[in-house]
Design a protein around this ligand. Structure first.
Ligand code: NAD
Length: 430
């Protein structure tokens, strides 16, 4: 038996119109930097990650063979405080993607005004082909390799694509074994029993709901008359759909990786959640007419919530979109090339670094609760989250109005200005 094979993954095939998330991020960053008149040195400082780690993760698989995976952790910026950001497991994770996601975290934390910098991590692996034991080994070895990087005062991971509460529990346990003490503030998104926060699971969707209502309010639209389409029906998509329905919105479209569905009369979101709980995906669901993913994104609605993955709204799709508001539940769902098209069509885009910041906000609450050792009620978590999201929306809105730019550029201007000013006050060491 070959016990030293190396796990090789092909680079994902380039997709027409696909814009690398790093390019997308930098195009918006550049516009905001120009508006702020950012001096060259500060521009260079803020665009460059402070640290980039690549680690090798050798694992003994269940069949006895050894496979070697590659893991990444990028600290984009730690000027505002310990860096914060999720860990994703996917076959197509690249260092560039992790760099973009890490930078988004820096800007997101600044937009909602929490004392964290930005980071992101990933392991290039296909979790659908791994057993639970193999995923646990990958997680523990990845954590052990990054022992000097992680820490409650240094860098605090969280879940992201294909990682969950259990993954965070393994990170916390491995870290605690090495430091010889239970250190639950080293990660967020943990199970409640290990010091997780009430409301964390629903936090991103709740933030999407709050910012969508704020957007409808600005356009003078009644949520009870708003038709909503949600792309992606995982954590963010399903909670966003459920909470918006609770607010009186009519959910007319849903999708996940297995297919998309449209029903102009309104979808019973709770029934769809129950269907996915039993069947894992929406495949075969009868609550709406099957449509293609593109038809879903471009179907008639008032609010479109892309909550699946990056690069879904390309210039081509943007031209056909029929919504008044796009609330970006996912990170980077709109390519930079699509921005001017949406702007020209007068669509209010509530950008990812604002719309999906509810997750990191409650992660911050979790970190605070772990460090103090005192846990909040769900009402307190939700009340504070809703207040912070509403304040962030209003602040971004007024910055955008002041500079006569989109909410996206307004959010970047707000965030970059804040981090740049903090950097200036701290000064450059040595
Ligand atoms: P998830 O894995 O729980 O759900 C993802 C959903 O998208 C699934 O329903 C999946 O089937 C669907 N999907 C995947 N590819 C698709 C495609 N091509 N077309 C349609 N649907 C597709 O993930 P999540 O935690 O809900 O995250 C979704 C997005 O939100 C990601 O971009 C993530 O980075 C971002 N995000 C998540 C959080 C969080 O707290 N979970 C916070 C901020 C941002």
């Amino acid at each position: 038996m070959d016990t030293h094979s190396v796990h090789q993954y092909k680079e994902p095939a380039p997709v027409i119109d696909r814009e690398q998330p790093l390019t997308s991020m930098m195009r918006r960053f550049d516009v905001a930097a120009e508006i702020l008149g950012l001096e060259r040195g500060v521009y260079e400082y803020l665009k460059t990650p402070v640290r980039q780690h690549i680690v090798s993760i050798p694992i003994q698989m269940d069949d006895g063979t050894i496979e070697v995976f590659e893991g990444y952790r990028v600290i984009h910026n730690d000027v505002m405080g310990p860096s914060k950001g999720g860990i994703r497991y996917a076959p197509d994770v690249t260092l560039d993607e992790v760099k973009a996601l890490a930078a988004w975290m820096t800007w997101k934390c600044a937009v909602v005004n929490i004392p964290f910098g930005g980071a992101k991590g990933g392991v290039r692996c296909d979790p659908s082909k791994l057993t639970r034991v193999e995923i646990e080994k990958i997680t523990r070895r990845y954590t052990a390799n990054l022992m000097d990087v992680f820490g409650p005062d240094k860098d605090v991971p969280a879940p992201d694509m294909n990682t969950d509460e259990q993954t965070m529990a393994w990170v916390m346990d491995t870290y605690s074994m090495h430091t010889r003490k239970t250190e639950n503030a080293v990660v967020t998104g943990k199970p409640l029993i290990l010091g997780g926060s009430l409301g964390r699971r629903e936090a991103t969707g709740r933030g999407v709901m709050v910012t969508t209502l704020a957007g409808l309010d600005r356009l003078g639209m009644d949520p009870r008359k708003a038709a909503v389409v949600v792309q992606g029906f995982g954590n963010v998509g399903s909670v966003s759909a459920e909470l918006l329905q609770e607010q009186g919105c009519r959910i007319v479209g849903l999708s996940d990786i297995s297919g998309a569905y449209y029903n102009t009369n309104g979808i019973d979101v709770k029934a769809a959640i129950e269907y996915v709980r039993k069947n894992r995906t929406l495949d075969g669901w009868k609550g709406g007419d099957p449509v293609t993913q593109e038809e879903l994104l471009t179907s008639p609605c008032d609010v479109l919530v892309p909550a699946a993955k990056e690069d879904q709204i390309t210039p081509d799709v943007a031209r056909k979109i029929n919504a008044r508001i796009i609330t970006e539940g996912a990170n980077g769902p709109t390519t930079a090339g699509a921005d001017p098209i949406l702007q020209e069509k007068g669509i209010l885009v509530i950008p990812d670094i604002l719309a999906n910041a509810g997750g990191v906000t409650v992660s911050y609450f979790e970190w605070v609760q772990d460090r103090v050792g005192y846990f909040w009620t769900l009402q307190r978590v939700n009340r504070r989250l809703e207040r912070m999201m509403r304040t962030a929306f209003d602040t971004v809105y007024s910055v955008a109005e002041k500079h006569k730019v989109t909410l996206r550029i307004g959010a970047y201007v707000l965030a970059i200005d804040k981090v740049a000013k903090t950097l200036k006050v701290r000064g450059i060491y040595a």
